[in-house]
Design a protein around this ligand. Sequence first.
Ligand SMILES: *[C@@H]1O[C@H](CO)[C@@H](O)[C@H](O)[C@H]1NC(C)=O
Ligand SMILES: *[C@@H]1O[C@H](CO)[C@@H](O)[C@H](O)[C@H]1NC(C)=O
Ligand SMILES: CC(=O)N[C@H]1CO[C@H](CO)[C@@H](O)[C@@H]1O
Length: 866
Amino acid sequence: NSSLSLSKETFALFAGFRALGLFSTDVAHVLRFSALKRRFFVTTCVGKSFHTYDVSNSLPQDICCMAADGRLVFAAYGNVFSAFARNKEVVHTYKGHKAEIRLLQPFGDHVISVDTDSVLIIWHIYSEEEYLQLTFDKSVFKISAILHPSTYLNKILLGSEQGTLQLWNIKSNKLLYTFQGWKFGVTALQQAPAVDVVAVGLTSGQVIIHNIKFDETLMKFRQDWGPITSISFRTDGHPIMAAGSPCGHIGLWDLEDKKLINQMRNAHSTAIAGLTFLHREPLLVTNGADNALRIWIFDGPTGEGRLLRFRMGHSAPLTKIRYYGQNGQQILSASQDGTLQSFSTIHEKFNKSLGHGLINKKKVKRKGLQNAMSVRLPPITKFAAEEARESDWDSIIACHQGKLSCSTWNYQRSTIGAYFLKPKELKKDDITAVDITSCGNFAVIGLSSGTVDVYNMQSGIHRGSFGEDQAHKGSVRGVAVDGLNQLIITAGSEGLLKFWNFKNKILIHSMSLSSSPNMMLLHRDSGILGLALDDFSICVLDIETRKIVREFSGHQGQINDLAFSPDGRWLISASMDCSVRTWDLPSGCLIDSFLVDSAPLNVTMSPTGDFLATSHVDHLGIYLWSNISLYSVVSLRPLPTDYVPLVVMLPGTCQNEEETIEPSDEMIEYDSPEQLNEQLVTLSLLPESRWKNLLNLDVIKKKNKPKEPPKVPKSAPFFIPTVPGLVPRYAVPEQNNDPHQVKTKLKHSMFYIYNKAALNLLKELGPSGIETELRSLSPDCGGSVDIMQSFLKMIGIMLDKKRDFELAQAYLALFLKLHLKMLPSEPVLLEEITKLSSQVEENWIHLQSLFNQSMCILNYIKSALL
Ligand SMILES: *[C@@H]1O[C@H](CO)[C@@H](O)[C@H](O)[C@H]1NC(C)=O
Ligand SMILES: *[C@@H]1O[C@H](CO)[C@@H](O)[C@H](O)[C@H]1NC(C)=O
Ligand SMILES: CC(=O)N[C@H]1CO[C@H](CO)[C@@H](O)[C@@H]1O
């Protein structure tokens, strides 16, 4: 579903990775049948991208409408639209409209687009050229729907907001006929299974079945839920029509009996954006702005659709997100829509919904209440989770908007749990802070009255409270328990921070803060407490010494949330000023800051340190940002005071690919060049024995030294030496077996800087030959300082060209081993060696980052395959 993008963003620590939990917007889905795969594909739009079982590339703006033919998907954004092949690559882009595009209709080799100014353009798909442009007066005929009636060659039917309809021949550019309509604006047009018959949806909620050949109305239906949003006909033998409405209900009519047979109420919680029956199947696909895509099957006797499959995320903005568990793969999220869901960062198949909380499940079941809505709990505003005892009892506690009790939830069973934790005296209170101890045994709940209570998670029993009457005068803004259940820390809106003994509930210490705290977060492993204050500053305390150890200021808006990196080195803050900032605790500096166009609400860091997850104002998804320092070297330098943070786009549901790959059908013959890329290093392909053990040559020689002189076999018939091999040959006396002759060779070739001959000569030699050669470079053995310098220069050039990389390293190592003692006394050589040293280091850092990237991708793929 996704590939790792090693993004080259310039900001330091985080790169947008992808979004989770987005499935549909208010743009109608499109359905395609692939003849090749004999399968239907549903495409839904999710903001800037669309999904078709797979993910598309992002467009620069939100998609406003879509269409598809057998091969291509068309998506419009603003006044431009593009055609996508294989759901991924943009193959054509059509520019020419001045206003936002509203309607798209593929038409053979052409595609028709209509904008909000009622300009209609017909494009040739492949040449991207305009074939015809028609301009309508939008005060008389503002196009609101478009249809190509089947078997009507070259003709299209247009519906208008004013209510009239026009039939055009677009080949001859002629208006053929005008239908007077029904005085209400046309919202939808759909071909009926019979030729010449179309269904017209109106703003009045009427659906008119009309014969366009004779301009004759056959049937009229009506629903009371407002304008018809879309219409579809069943084609599997049942004469049924479905129509969607703005309130999420679907009406089903029997066309033979001419009556309403069923209503699917609340099929979606928002308007039905699109609805389509699959061709010759009893299946209905629907989508809506509630972020859901649903497939209904009509297999029951009542003619009602049964939910078969769905993909859905949150249908309303998120209220809280937190990583759950230690493996860094699940994110728990609560939303205004009342559900608690768990999204997997690995694969959609691991997400689950913990559902809506019901106020009293048993009572509801007994009474058999029909309308489940009335007994649903209000949305969760805060929660705390601890997986330590998740298999024994509930591991999550949650507080609900305007409710006085906290519900417990069971992650493993994916449902609301056993208890409602209620404070003893019911006052007009709100729950303002919750925490669970690291052992999973106790829940701590802070109230707006200043009371802090402890409950047992297993039994739901109240286990005491802090302070004589209340813990704080003001409302409790944060509670935290340390890792060993010794301390509990509470923060109150009156500006006091209090430390209590967890067991005997005695106040240990109280300190006042410079401003009232807004939220509080404890890093349990290191005992570091982060506090966001109402004056937009952050202070960091050590709970051991109870001293403020760091203070950070710089945010220009309320700080919504804080997160620690797992090692406790970084503190990440998200603020209403739209920035996400990273503070380095040891150095006390701001090391990263970026801006997003929608204010970040919650931030949470994966316990494994790989991703930062954020939620944003008015966004339904969870956005993941990858930690760049995991796969490349980033400088953790403090940002300059005048640093202007970059505005960063929220990540899409897939990565932005930097280049689009030109599709090519031909196979290209590929010859690999000597060096693939200047950035990479190339090895010499010499056997390892030629370079690997150069440094250990003396050890090897010693080991291999024969204990006795070789004995000449007594009965050897000849004394002429032979070469080993299948066919015995007589050895020719070696020409180069005089060591001095070889030496002169290398020394001689060294006079020219990087004469290939010198390198080739070394390449041909075995380990001991190389050693002899290098040894002989020194003045003691007949060489000279100049020659040694040339040798080092040669190594330098090898490193520079990044060719024969391993040889350069091995030769240099041997050279240093042999001549290290004399180097300091020769300034020329010393200078050369210093240059080499930085060169080697540079090369190595570069390589290391490449290795790290590769490891990272491998690990990622490995984990994705699991
Ligand atoms: C998280 O987000 C919610 C709204 O979505 C916000 O009210 C809250 O302050 C944020 N921070 C925390 C710590 O919950
Ligand atoms: C990012 O990764 C680095 C290197 O592993 C780690 O030290 C750091 O804590 C991580 N950052 C966060 C915020 O987890
Ligand atoms: C909560 C949620 O969105 N769950 C979905 C996770 O993905 C599976 C498989 O695609 C869906 O069936 C769930 O509905």
